[in-house]
Design a protein around this ligand. Structure first.
Ligand code: FAD
Length: 457
């Protein structure tokens, strides 16, 4: 950008962000090529549970929040029903989700917001099948992205250098636009530096998170009416867990520890960790369940946000999206929804550009400002929330301290006031902005203490 030609866009990475970017770019570019290192399964269902090397996090619980599900439905009409047919569960974001937060049991009621529950490979396969069906989109799998090509002055990216798996030589792929969606390991900062633009500043909040996950067949009714149970970490008990129903009658349990407290992979010790959570609900649900695999682990050192919108110079014809811009503590379940919100923001920017062809040219800065706006809410929730833990390293602004003192009070209010539960989960589902919890009427209800009780229906 600015885009003079809109013939060929190349998307780097065929995970959730790359797929959604390809969908949006296919509206503006004649051809879109998605380059991916892994081989990509074609048959959605037969390979539904197969994990790819490039997405090692796929073994762990992946919830698609209501906002993400609604954007996917918008981009791919009929997607949610199709996912249900393929075995995914749609779950009421409060009525069927048991939230055990800040040592409180939040009240539940149906609110009509649907989150999507299924294994990550199935979800990705379904999205990829929709993208494959788009006119003008092709996948170049088993190709490693080696670097960018650019004009000699480094001011315009002209394509990418790629290397076929098992091939001898690099080849160049020309493009009018290159979009990097290669996730947390994105090399965009290095590429930008090499082109003479410097690196973006990076915000980090170190959480030292470790995950361990196991799949089960639960006894009938083990989760009651609920399809997901979330027990969050608190400064008093820094262990968290999420148990979620998946396709084919399975359930997946992810345990999380912070700051070096690693959930064990030994099955007995894994159970003991589950039993050490603040609430007994999750352990009780799995106690008599049939485990179907051994626990697998994952480590996640930090929330990381690249501030591309603050760079002084940037090449035309290059953009970044998804985890490559900002990766969040996964306990909040926001990454895929954030990728969807960023894709939505990109779509608005591109549409604006189409309308204003002869007016103000579209710039990288306008794009990254729109992306930053989309990233702000999940970043406030995850990075801000993690700073409630005294040993987590990061910048604590007065606003962050204030919110972290306030949030447990919101949870406490939501344990006796169902409207507060609703207000909270609308923010947690990324439907409403975090600031909505600071509306005067909400603050009043939080400070008022126990009032109207409203048991779940
Ligand atoms: C443990 C864990 C649990 C999570 N749980 C949730 C959850 O419950 N809900 C949620 O919404 N999000 C969750 N997330 C986040 C979610 O996985 C990501 O936000 C989401 O996948 C979007 O990421 P992405 O597409 O930007 O990058 P990634 O998913 O990391 O994909 C990057 C892609 O680029 C490819 N690639 C990388 N380098 C190259 C190269 N040089 N050449 C070719 N290809 C390359 C990779 O193979 C991969 O396909 C979780 C993350 C983790 C770590």
């Amino acid at each position: 950008m600015p885009h003079t030609r809109r013939d060929h866009a190349v998307v780097l990475g065929a995970s959730m962000a790359g797929l959604l970017a390809a969908r949006v770019l296919s509206e503006s570019f004649g051809r879109v090529t998605v380059v991916e290192r892994d081989a990509l399964p074609v048959d959605v269902l037969a390979t539904g549970s197969r994990h790819r090397r490039g997405v090692p996090q796929s073994r762990h619980v992946h919830v698609l929040l209501a906002r993400g599900a609604s954007i996917l439905e918008d981009l791919f009409p009929g997607f949610v029903a199709e996912a249900e047919v393929a075995g995914a569960r749609t779950t009421d974001a409060l009525g069927q989700v048991r939230l055990l937060l800040s040592g409180q049991r939040l009240l539940q009621t149906d609110i009509g917001l649907r989150s999507l529950l299924c294994g990550r490979p199935l979800l990705e396969n379904l999205v990829r099948a929709r993208v494959r069906a788009l006119d003008g989109v092709r996948f170049l799998e088993r190709h490693d992205i080696v670097g960018l090509t650019a004009t000699p002055d480094g001011r315009r990216v002209t394509g990418v250098r790629i290397h076929a798996d098992g091939g001898e030589q690099e080849t160049a792929l020309d493009a009018d636009l290159v979009l990097d969606a290669t996730g947390r390991a994105s090399r965009a900062p290095v590429w930008l530096h090499d082109l003479g633009h410097g690196r973006p500043t990076v915000d980090t909040v170190q959480v030292g998170l470790a995950y361990a996950t196991r799949t089960y067949r639960l006894p009938q009714g083990a989760m009651g009416k609920d399809q997901l149970i979330l027990n969050n970490a608190t400064p008093e008990n820094q262990r968290a867990a999420v148990l979620a129903e998946q396709e084919n009658g399975l359930a997946r349990l992810t345990l999380a520890g912070m700051l070096g407290d690693r959930p064990p992979l030994d099955p007995k010790a894994f159970d003991a960790f589950a039993a050490s959570l603040h609430f007994p609900d999750i352990f009780e649900a799995i106690r008599d369940a049939e485990p179907l695999d051994d626990p697998v682990g994952f480590q996640y050192p930090a929330n990381v946000r690249h501030r591309y919108e603050r760079m002084r110079s940037f090449p035309d014809g290059f953009l970044v999206l998804g985890d490559a811009v900002s990766a969040f503590n996964p306990v909040y379940g926001q990454g895929m929804t954030s990728a969807a919100m960023q894709a939505e923001a990109m779509r608005a920017v591109l549409a604006d550009d189409r309308d204003a062809r002869n007016g103000k040219p579209l710039t990288w800065r306008r794009y990254f400002q729109a992306i930053a706006k989309a990233v702000n809410p999940p970043w406030q929730i995850s990075a801000g929330g993690d700073l409630a833990f005294p040993d987590v390293r990061g910048r604590r602004t007065p606003a962050v301290r204030m919110i972290n003192a306030y949030l447990p009070k919101v949870h406490a209010a939501a344990a006796h006031d169902v409207d507060m539960s609703v207000a909270f989960i609308r923010v947690g589902s990324l439907m409403d902005r975090p600031e909505s919890l600071l509306r005067p009427d909400i603050i009043f209800r939080v400070l008022r203490g126990p009032g109207r009780r409203h048991p779940r229906g």
